[in-house]
Design a protein around this ligand. Structure first.
Ligand code: PEP
Ligand code: MG
Length: 541
């Protein structure tokens, strides 16, 4: 008798997996305290195990580098650095020498102490390093016990269920045998979750897993965040069908994945993804986006009942930057107002909100809100390839004021010793005014991203929210197309690259037109990337 049990978890990646469960239990390292006579001998054992651990971490780094990119692979570099850390090593050695205890015990206790110390820190980055210290010191203990890297999934593809998974365990697993994984612990932003997303493995966290699940049939529904154990025939059949569709899509995708967006005559463009939440990053990667061309940061404000703090924003931007592992991520600063109303902003009622107090206008009028966001973006820029762009620009003065604010923040951060990376600054071109003065604006910024949704509404005087006007709305209106050409030409003259991030960028009937116009980048919703890549690759332009 099959008795289906369903669990609700938090989805890390929206995919489906169907298969048997393998329960993974971390081998408990039973560390005993032993008194030793010869501390020198223990010191030598420790040094040998530490070296072997460093060699394993270097291998893991290489493996992760290939699978998930340099930035994510950096976790293993960090772990390696921890094992080289003087304070850590002094603590281990002192314990062996002063207390005359065995190396395993000294490493395990020191590892626990350091992990605890880190977990109590205020800084989220250091807090998260606590798991890395445990991971690294457990590796040394395991080697001191004479155990190597022998755990393997086996020959059958499985859904892995575990209480928790360390990043090193996730990377070590043979991905061709891993259908998906389900864990009880871990957070959506943990490195393991980021790795799962980057590797495109359906995964759920927050599911109570038990060893008895091993060997049972199961389904991960990453769309709904449901884990079915012992699914009934009908459920299984429905998911097998969905899986087939997923596979078909994947095949089509696989053919174009990793290929360049290059025309037959050799013209290359960038195809980036538009995202509106952290979760969308996985979709961007799954669809082989070259970067994020528009990260609509307003979702952080829309989801909350009060202003998101600098730290909350920093975490979100950093997660996306790290997940994209070195690919460009363009964060569009707050674009609230008009159709995106948030009560706590207290914007008041306006007769004409689309032409009202919105986007950069709010940011310039209320610098405390804007500066919080800019500081969060700058801090996150130390963790990846970030760029920032400003919406609804109508004048050179606005751009200069924003840039001055950025400079001010940089100075403050320099003074406080807070790191930030190099980042491009660009503007959205979504008002006719910006198009007309794009020659002047181009002198101020690194790039233009054309927001055709608003640009069309303001050019044609057609409210984009008003369904009654659908018949009048011509997205291919020559005025809009000519404007795009003007912006590209003016941008290029001053060395700016020019992209489109409005919906028109995904219009496949215009891809060749944009190529002819000289567009450098199209930023579209993730699922549109590969179909457009196909057109680009078949184009003679
Ligand atoms: C646009 O206006 O084209 C755009 C990309 O911004 P949003 O749709 O978020 O207003
Ligand atoms: Mg817009």
């Amino acid at each position: 008798m099959v008795s289906m049990v369903t669990y609700v978890g938090k989805s890390i990646l929206k995919g489906i997996a169907v298969g048997k469960i393998l329960f993974y239990e971390k081998e408990e390292q039973m560390v005993q305290r032993r008194s030793v006579e010869d501390a020198e001998h223990e010191l030598a054992r420790y040094e040998k195990a530490r070296e072997a651990a460093q060699a394993e971490l270097a291998q893991l780094y290489e493996r992760a580098l290939k699978e998930v990119g340099e930035l994510n692979a950096g976790i293993f570099d960090v772990q390696s650095m921890m094992l080289d850390d003087e304070d850590f090593n002094d603590a281990v050695r002192n314990m062996m020498e002063a207390q005359k205890v065995n190396a395993e015990y000294a490493v395990a206790v020191t590892g626990d102490n350091f992990a605890k110390m880190f977990s109590e820190m205020d800084d989220e980055y250091f807090k998260a390093r606590s798991a890395d210290i445990k991971d690294a010191s457990e590796r040394v203990v395991k080697l001191l016990h004479g155990k190597g890297e022998e755990w393997s999934i086996g020959d059958e593809p499985v859904i892995l269920a575990a209480k928790d998974l360390a990043p090193s365990e996730t990377v070590q697993m043979d991905k061709s045998k891993l259908l998906g994984f389900v864990t009880e612990l871990g957070s959506a932003n943990s490195h393991t979750a980021i790795l799962a997303r980057t590797m495109n493995i359906p995964a759920l966290i927050g599911v109570p897993v038990k060893p008895e699940m091993s060997g049972k049939m199961a389904v991960i529904d990453g769309e709904e965040g449901i884990f079915y154990v012992d699914p009934d025939e009908a459920t299984l059949a429905a998911y097998r069908e969905k899986l087939k569709e997923q596979e078909q899509k994947r095949k089509l995708l696989a053919e174009l994945k990793g290929k360049e967006n290059v025309t037959l005559s050799g013209r290359k463009i960038e195809l980036y993804a538009n995202i509106g939440s952290i979760g969308d990053t996985a979709r961007a990667l799954a669809n082989d986006a070259g970067g994020i061309g528009l990260f609509r940061s307003e979702f952080l404000y829309l989801e909350q009942s009060g202003y998101p703090t600098e730290d909350e924003q920093f975490k979100a931007y950093k997660t996306v930057a790290e997940t994209m592992a070195g690919k460009k991520v363009i964060i569009r600063t707050l674009d609230i107002g008009a159709d995106k109303q948030v009560d706590y902003f207290d914007l008041g009622k306006e007769d004409n909100p689309a032409m009202g107090f919105r986007a950069i206008r709010i940011c310039l009028a209320r610098p405390e809100i804007f500066k919080t966001q800019l500081r969060a973006i700058l801090r996150a820029s130390a963790y990846g390839n970030l760029a920032v762009m400003y919406p609804m620009i109508i004048s050179v003065d606005e751009v200069r004021r924003v840039k001055a604010m950025v400079e001010e923040i940089k100075k403050e951060m320099d003074g406080a010793g807070i790191p930030y990376g190099d980042f491009e600054q660009g503007i959205m071109i979504e008002t006719p005014a910006a198009v007309v003065i794009s020659d002047l604006l181009a002198k101020e910024v690194d790039f233009f991203s054309i927001g055709t949704n608003d640009l069309t509404q303001y050019t044609l005087a057609i409210d984009r929210q008003n369904a009654k006007l659908d018949d009048f709305y011509d997205s291919h209106h020559p005025a809009v197309l000519r404007m795009i050409q003007t912006v590209i030409d003016n941008g290029h003259r001053e060395g700016c690259w020019v992209g489109i991030c409005g919906e028109l960028g995904a219009d496949e009937t215009l891809t060749e037109t944009f190529l002819e116009m000289g567009i450098d980048e199209l930023s579209v919703s993730p699922s549109r990337i590969l179909p457009i890549r196909k057109i680009v690759r078949e184009s003679k332009i």
